[in-house]
Design a protein around this ligand. Structure first.
Ligand SMILES: C[S@@+](CC[C@H](N)C(=O)[O-])C[C@H]1O[C@@H](n2cnc3c(N)ncnc32)[C@H](O)[C@@H]1O
Length: 216
């Protein structure tokens, strides 16, 4: 480990003491065990701003009682981690789903505190093939809509009335971004919600992120 990396990890350790924070400890221990640049991407500034926007909007739209949450395309489990560490929310369980099995160990490490409390689990699955049973989840989140080439085929599997939180973006030209949209209206056409609780766009440095919260 370089001196610089050791210094950053020490700073995280120091911050965890100062704030008495399991959140910072879990990030530090996961970074130490999985020093992968993609974990850095998942926790970087743009990602953090986008997740905070989602979390604050979800709180304002729902009052915070979320129950059983399913996060699709959940990557390294960062959103579940942030929701579960946020004291404003009443969450029974977060299930983070990703088609990429290599995300599993990292997501479980990052969510160590909540795995130990039986509040977080990871499922390796293709969301196009999942059976979404009515009332199995109180909230389904999908912040990876830009990754779904035939998004309609996924959307039609979701039972009507299900509470959804969805994000997409106009960040064309990135590996895996096969379904970016130009505008919020285009996104709304892809995932037509019956009852919209929130809709908005967030200008980031290189792209715009779009978000919808509402019932299918
Ligand atoms: C780059 S990540 C997350 C991007 C997203 N904008 C975010 O910030 O949460 C996209 C994730 O979606 C996952 N993914 C793509 N297609 C999927 C599918 N059909 N089922 C489940 N996960 C999928 C990928 O494996 C990847 O971990």
């Amino acid at each position: 480990m370089s001196n610089q990396v050791a210094m950053y990890l020490d700073i995280l350790k120091g911050l965890a003491v100062h704030f008495d924070s399991r959140l910072i400890t879990d990030i530090r221990e996961t970074s130490l065990q999985y020093p992968d640049i993609r974990l850095g991407h998942a926790l970087n500034h743009n990602q953090s701003v986008s997740k905070k926007w989602l979390i604050d909007s979800l709180f304002e739209s729902t009052g915070g009682k979320l129950g059983r949450v399913c996060i699709l395309g959940g990557w390294y489990g960062v959103l579940g981690f942030k929701l579960l560490h946020d004291p404003r929310f009443d969450i029974e369980h977060v299930t983070s789903v990703d088609i990429d099995i290599t995300c599993k160990e990292v997501a479980l490490s990052l969510n160590r505190t909540h795995v130990d409390a039986s509040n977080f689990s990871f499922i390796a699955a293709d969301m196009y093939e999942m059976e979404f049973v009515r009332d199995e989840y109180d909230l389904i989140v999908n912040t990876s809509c830009e990754h779904l080439e035939t998004i309609g085929k996924w959307f039609e599997r979701i039972p009507t009335g299900t509470l959804l939180t969805l994000q997409s973006n106009n960040y064309f030209g990135i590996d895996g971004h096969v379904n970016c949209v130009e505008t919020l209206d285009q996104f709304k056409q892809q995932v037509p919600l019956e009852d919209v609780l929130f809709e908005g766009e967030l200008e980031l440095k290189k792209y715009t992120r779009f978000m919808l919260i509402g019932r299918r």
